[in-house]
Design a protein around this ligand. Structure first.
Ligand code: KIV
Ligand code: ZN
Length: 528
């Protein structure tokens, strides 16, 4: 049962229909700049999405690159609960590649799409409407030859002729699609208009009860969540969304906002529910942020740092007297502990393991030992250890076995008169290496030393420092964006010494570039 505070009139006891949550963080989210992930990162996020209870994971666009293909394949083989979906244009090659990537999946889905707006037909596809209908029919039938579960999307649906849309969806349904998705590809529609479009389609597509109507909104006008919710009220039963709303341009519909709106306002969204486990929402948001190194804006609904912080005296007073005065849902209902102290320096191995398990991190063996050592080390320096600190410790302890560079030691001389110098020790391909370099500041000196040791030539694009929790003894969380040969990656590192965190973040980013280099040659430009 959800633990959020219930407000307003309670729903009547009518049978509730499930709105499927289709998560496209690993596809539409991952393809936005600065959000790319490597295979182990995608797998760890996919496992967390399964814990969260999403119905469908769109794991990638297999024909777009070898990396996407491998990710869809690995996720399809590793996960048993959710439907695993691969994206494909209507071309034969796309569909074959998606089918290959999904081999071995327990619940595979091919998601095929083509644009239906005249703007796209004329300027991008250079196809007639008749030709588009033929493509839809052939592609869906081809996909059905491989899997039972086929989704069809009419790209740029909200700028398409409504009656042509009815034709396109009817063609897909007749050819065997069981999900019909209505994307607002350019984030152009508004809630009233979109709700009306969904009703229009629902009334005119024959035999629609054989399929699930789905929506996929972008946030260019800041309306994607409102549009998706209007569509649910109009009969859509699948919402495509991403964690933290990451995605192309202004992003996609934020999963956590849709789920919590439906849950918190049963009077408005009567008769529908999602299968999301609320208490996994915040851990999922944190995991994604730590993987891609992109912090959530502090005032972001549900998962932002300030989403449950009551600063105004009158609010604090009210909340202390009765949470109902200013709180429409509890932090606990989304898995936030309101920053309560979780462990201290007297906590032992057992308490540490239990807390990690509660947070969803089942570390074993060497990884557990490394994390425990990091925790003890931190607890000696920092009075209060919060959940966020533990997440950073875990991220640090889970070292990928195939990483070339490993951080060992750092010593820095800095201040207002000496020339800043840094001595850095790394383990490179298993051998310890050490050097000293000077720079205009301590971070510059560190980065020069690391570049010299690793013999790399990437360009520093962005360097960002955040405090993980409040307080002067807070750990620093550093993100470093590097670019090399047109590829951008983000590395992150956390430590109570921000210079150590900076070194770790830089080394992490270099390891990501190395990972991509090993796969170079197989990468083709993406087509969406
Ligand atoms: O935005 C869009 O139209 C898409 C489709 C591929 C569903 O991402
Ligand atoms: Zn999209």
């Amino acid at each position: 049962m959800s633990s959020e505070v219930q407000r307003g009139p309670q729903p009547e006891a009518t049978p509730s229909e499930q709105v499927w949550i289709f998560d496209t963080t690993l596809r539409d989210g991952e393809q936005s700049p600065g959000c790319s992930m490597n295979l182990p990162e995608k797998l760890s996020l996919a496992r967390q999405l399964e814990r969260l209870g999403v119905d469908v994971i769109e794991a990638g666009f297999p024909v777009a690159s070898e990396g996407d293909f491998e990710a869809v394949k690995a996720i399809a083989q590793a996960l048993r609960e959710p439907v695993i979906c691969g994206l494909a244009r209507t071309g034969r090659g796309d569909i074959e590649r998606a089918a290959q990537a999904l081999e071995g999946a327990r619940r595979p889905r091919i998601h095929t799409f083509i644009a239906t707006s005249d703007i796209h037909l004329e300027h991008k596809l250079r196809m007639s409407r008749e030709r588009v209908l033929e493509e839809i029919d052939r592609a869906v039938r081809q996909a059905r030859g491989h899997v039972d579960d086929v989704e069809f999307s009419a790209e740029d649906a909200t700028r398409s002729d409504r009656d042509f849309l009815v034709q396109a969806f009817t063609t897909a349904l007749t050819a065997g699609a069981s999900t019909l998705n209505v994307p607002d590809t350019v984030g152009y529609t508004t809630p009233d208009e979109f709700g009306a479009l969904i009703r229009y389609l629902a009334e005119r597509i024959p035999d629609l009860s054989r399929a699930r109507l789905s929506v996929h909104c972008h946030d260019d006008l800041g309306l994607s969540v409102a549009n998706s919710l209007a569509a649910v009220r109009a009969g859509a039963r699948q919402v495509e969304c991403t964690v933290n709303g990451i995605g192309e341009r202004a992003g996609n519909t934020a999963m956590e906002e849709v789920v919590m709106a439906i849950r918190t306002r049963p009077d408005v969204f009567s008769g529908v529910h999602t299968a999301i486990r609320g208490e996994e929402i915040y851990p999922t948001s944190r995991l994604l942020s730590s993987i891609i190194g992109v912090a959530v804006q502090p005032n972001k609904a549900i998962v932002g740092a300030n989403a449950f912080a009551h600063e105004a005296g009158i609010h604090q007073d009210g909340v202390l007297k009765a949470a109902i005065t200013y709180e429409i849902m509890t932090p606990r209902s989304i898995g936030r502990s309101s920053n309560e102290l979780v462990l201290g320096k007297h906590s032992g191995r057992h308490a540490f393991r239990e807390r990690l398990t509660e947070l969803g991190f089942g570390l074993e063996g060497e990884e557990f030992e490394r994390a425990f050592k990091r925790f003890k080390d931190l607890a000696d320096k920092k009075k209060s250890i919060f959940n966020e600190d533990l997440e950073a410790i875990v991220a640090d302890a889970v070292v990928q076995s195939d990483e070339r560079f490993e951080f060992r030691q750092l010593a820095v001389l800095s201040g207002s008169f000496p020339t800043p110098t840094a001595t850095v020790e790394l383990c490179i391909d298993g051998s310890p290496r050490k050097t000293t370099a000077a720079g205009v500041g301590p971070v510059d000196a560190i980065f020069k030393a690391v570049t010299e040791l690793t013999e790399t030539k990437s360009e520093l694009v962005r360097y960002q420092v955040n405090a993980i929790t409040a307080g002067l003894d807070a750990q620093g969380e550093v993100s470093v964006t590097l670019s090399e040969d047109g590829r951008r990656v983000i590395g992150h590192g956390a430590h109570y010494d921000v210079l150590v965190a900076s070194t770790k973040a830089y080394v992490h980013a270099l390891n990501k570039l190395e990972w991509h280099k090993r796969r170079r040659g197989a990468v083709e430009p993406r087509g969406v």
